[in-house]
Ligand binder design. Sequence first.
Ligand code: HEM
Length: 185
Amino acid sequence: MALDAQSGALGANPVQRVQLQTGVLTLAMLMLSLACTPLRLLTKWTWPARIRKALGLLAFLYAALHFLVYLFDKGIFNGSFGLQTILTDIVKRPFITVGFGALLLLIPLALTSFKGSVKRLGFQRWTRLHQLVYVAVGLGLLHYWWGVKKDHTSPLIYILVMLALFAARWVWNRRKTGSKRTTPA
Ligand code: HEM
């Protein structure tokens, strides 16, 4: 993006282009991080588990950049728009409200993704907290759907991939509980 900005390849509206790219990258990183566990379970590879945290943190980084671009576009850095205007925009425009909601949910996840957090919170509480990622992805997808004006093919593909990932996890959990029930004590 920086190289494109330098060479003028970001087109007539570079801010909007970067806004769209950082938004799509946030979703892509979130989905890739969610794909790690099903991939590990399916293939028995261990590397997906090792890159999951990095992908989640990248998602948060892109979401923060995406929000910064929004603030920049609103003129907050040159003082032409106040905090009140941003807050009104977040409250009044459902498209922005859900995006902001997704960003807020990612904050505690990013903060507790470091070593020691699982120990401090306890495994069960940590796991429950990190299930918020599904809500964040759901809000992100809704935001994407509402943000696209004409052709909804791309958000639809993301929604289908998300549903497939959910289904894989659900099947795996059912199998696990089923095999526990049939295993003699
Ligand atoms: C996890 C959080 C978020 C995700 C996954 C996300 C994702 C996206 C995606 C995929 C797009 C592209 C839509 C398109 O192609 O038209 C987009 C656009 C946009 N997002 Fe977000 N977003 C998030 C948070 C936010 C937040 C916090 C804000 C601002 C408060 C925001 C404001 C915008 C704006 C203004 C656009 C451009 C719409 C346009 O110009 O057509 N997003 N976002």
